[in-house]
Design a protein around this ligand. Structure first.
Ligand SMILES: *Cc1c(COP(=O)(O)O)cnc(C)c1O
Ligand SMILES: [Zn+2]
Length: 365
């Protein structure tokens, strides 16, 4: 079995049900096993074709009883007039968002560990995914959310039999309430932020783009709140680079809402860690994270790829949603920000760019 390693003090821990952070408080990463085996990719039509490239793959052997068919989403040219701009249709997932990539892996691990109950906190989509996969795996689940989370996402969570715990307060208050319950009940914390297995799932986003394009793109547009897709993209392409399957990293162009942009501020001020901001309220509820726990890692990844962070105002979000729908793509409001970011980004001629369509239109109003 692989180990967790603390990102602050390097202490290591065995993978165990109730371990979710270091004794020093630091976030845990996975000790990379270096058992890379990209030549063992299979033709399975899901993220599990890349199981040999997931660290701690042996902890994930039980995936066939957990999978809902996540992954292998279409990569399509957005518009005939811009043949180098592609959308990756991540809303064509079992629970209608890209979170399924990470959650399928996290819940497979939980089942392997014999977990009977898990707790998660979410701005919505991670919660809907965890509810579905925990139902599939036969594990009880409480999902902590803000009281004003989109009612459609709450209905989706409850449909799977998970318990919604609505918390009045900020997204950070929600996380704190979940963590308190995890400690009190001594159960598995199914966190897409703290548990590094999540990124073993989201990195398949990069592997799929590589297989679909047969090369690396120049630029990937990625929304960023807690950074689960940014970090997945970064790890995925990094591993392809180390295996000499691509010859340079794509540039990560991350997108935040102007009304809640701690990472953009830190990036601009060349800070190593993002200072918490106040969420002034944005339509992009799925990325409204005022104090992202992995800010250091996220900022490092963006800087290393010579990327940047673009902020988007509220009007541009609704406008982008309309424009995408006019092209046939109906996304949830949060997801429209990715296209708005693309429209604001000054691309060069022939630049190959990927825009993710992260969540389905029917998830939000
Ligand atoms: C989760 C989510 C994001 C952002 O992901 P982070 O991990 O918070 O950076 C963006 N869009 C949608 C639709 C999401 O569900
Ligand atoms: Zn530590």
């Amino acid at each position: 079995m692989t180990n967790y390693i603390c990102s602050v003090c390097n202490e290591t821990y065995p993978i165990q049900e109730t371990r979710w952070k270091c004794e020093c408080g630091g976030l845990l990463n996975l000790v990379k096993s270096k058992a890379d085996s990209q030549n063992k990719w299979t033709s399975h039509p899901s993220i599990w074709r890349y199981a040999s490239s997931m660290d701690a793959g042996e902890d994930l052997k039980g995936w066939p009883s957990v999978t809902l068919g996540e992954g292998q989403t279409p990569l399509l040219v957005l518009d005939e007039t811009e043949s180098n701009t592609f959308v990756k249709v991540e809303f064509m997932m079992p629970t209608l968002s890209f979170k399924d990539r990470g959650v399928a892996v996290l819940v497979t691990l939980a089942k392997q560990l014999g977990v009977e109950k898990m707790i998660a906190d979410s701005s919505g989509n991670a919660g809907t995914a965890i509810a579905a996969y925990s139902a599939r795996a036969g594990i009880d689940c409480d999902v902590y959310v803000r009281a004003d989370t989109s009612p459609k996402k709450l209905a989706q969570i409850e449909a799977h039999g998970a318990k919604v715990k609505a918390v009045k307060g900020t997204r950070e208050d929600v996380a704190a309430a979940a963590q308190l319950a995890v400690e009190e009940e001594q159960v598995f914390y199914a966190s897409h932020v703290y548990n590094p297995y999540f990124y073993e799932g989201t990195k398949t986003y990069a592997f799929e783009i590589f297989e679909q394009l047969k090369k690396a793109p120049d630029t990937v547009i990625v929304p960023v709140g807690n950074g689960t897709l940014v970090l997945g993209v970064y790890y995925g392409f990094k591993e392809l680079l180390e295996a000499n399957r691509i010859d340079r990293m794509p540039k990560i162009v991350a997108i935040q809402a102007e009304k809640c942009a701690p990472l953009a501020k830190a990036f601009e001020n060349q800070e190593i860690i993002a200072k918490p901001v106040r969420n002034e309220g944005t339509l992009a509820e799925g990325i409204a994270i005022a104090a992202p726990a992995r800010s250091k890692q996220i900022l490092e990844a963006i800087r290393e790829t010579k990327g940047t962070i673009i902020t988007i105002g509220e009007e541009a979000i609704t406008e982008a949603r309309r424009k995408l729908a006019a092209k046939g793509f109906y996304v949830e409001i949060t997801s429209a920000i990715n296209y708005a970011g693309y429209l604001k980004y000054s691309k060069s001629k022939d630049e190959v760019i990927i825009i993710p369509l992260c969540g389905a239109g029917i998830k939000s109003n």
